[in-house]
Write a protein that binds this ligand. Structure first.
Ligand SMILES: Nc1ncnc2c1ncn2[C@@H]1O[C@H](COP(=O)(O)OP(=O)(O)OP(=O)(O)O)[C@@H](O)[C@H]1O
Ligand SMILES: [Mg+2]
Length: 254
């Protein structure tokens, strides 16, 4: 599989329990495996963006430019680590930050200035981007544009063969696998069935975060196949990329 959109979850590339702690070795290994496989690489916030966002109250109350900038700078530190790794492998890739082309309204995506992205695509560019703080024209001043939503934005523009999400668990489960041992891995499902399979679980542990992620994945599956895999299981990832049997969730288009 090539020309993919890959989202590196912040749960994989950072230790979410400790502020601004990157997993450098994991980043390097993943970049080494993925470097010739993607057109667009997206990374999440993990213990960089999410942590500082929480500190300043982003997405909970209006924030000042100064506080928004703190979150942006934190994301810059993480994206620079990812970019450095890509450059070690001599990957040809352009870093583009969502704060420069996305506007939200009341915490939701409102406008994407995509013309330049379309032109980059035509010219064969590979793009690195990341979950970010963007201007919000509602009452919050600034809010989050998540890496998951960016996967949807770029899927619309790049029309890849597949979008891959890497997280710290094996895929999408019927319930949160870290809290509920009865959670079952969903192995193969159509996009239209996904939200039902997920909500149908009796669990109340499901976070708004996961619900939003699943809804975003459902929308991407209207465009292309989506796979959710464990970013720590490198052999499994390699098997997937070469078309062999793998463990994970496949969300079939449609
Ligand atoms: N039904 C579910 N299936 C799979 N994971 C779930 C489910 N419910 C909750 N989770 C939790 O979601 C987490 C992954 O989402 P999370 O937003 O924390 O990571 P991420 O998207 O990789 O990070 P980031 O948002 O920083 O990119 C897993 O660690 C898992 O514990
Ligand atoms: Mg997330």
């Amino acid at each position: 599989l090539r020309d993919l959109i890959v989202k590196l979850g912040g749960s994989v590339i950072t230790n979410k329990a400790v502020k601004e702690s990157p997993r450098i070795d994991v980043i390097r290994s993943l970049v080494g495996i993925l470097k010739d496989r993607f057109r667009v690489l997206i990374h999440g916030g993990g213990s960089f963006g999410h942590y500082v966002a929480y500190e300043v109250g982003l997405n909970r109350r209006p924030v000042s430019f100064e506080d928004a900038l703190k979150v942006m700078k934190s994301m810059d530190r993480l994206s620079n680590i990812v970019l450095r790794s890509l450059e070690e492998f001599n990957a040809k890739i352009l870093l583009i930050r969502p704060r420069e082309f996305v506007i939200n309204k009341e915490l939701r995506l409102y406008k994407v200035f995509e013309d330049a992205l379309v032109e980059y695509k035509k010219r064969g560019a590979n793009i690195l981007t990341h979950g970010d703080v963007v201007v919000d024209i509602g009452k919050y001043n600034f809010s989050v544009c998540s890496g998951d939503v960016l996967a949807l934005i770029f899927a619309r523009i790049f029309r890849p063969k597949a979008v891959i999400f890497l997280s710290d668990v094996d895929g999408i489960y019927t319930k949160d696998p870290k809290r509920d041992p009865s959670a079952k891995l969903i192995e193969d499902i159509s996009g239209s069935e996904l939200v039902g399979a997920f909500e149908g679980s009796s669990s109340t542990d499901v976070t708004g975060g996961m619900k939003l992620k699943v809804e975003t994945i459902k929308r991407i599956s209207e465009i292309t196949d989506v796979y959710v895999l464990n970013g720590f299981k490198l052999d499994n990832l390699k098997r997937f990329l070469s078309g062999d049997d793998f463990v994970g969730t496949r969300i079939r288009r449609g």
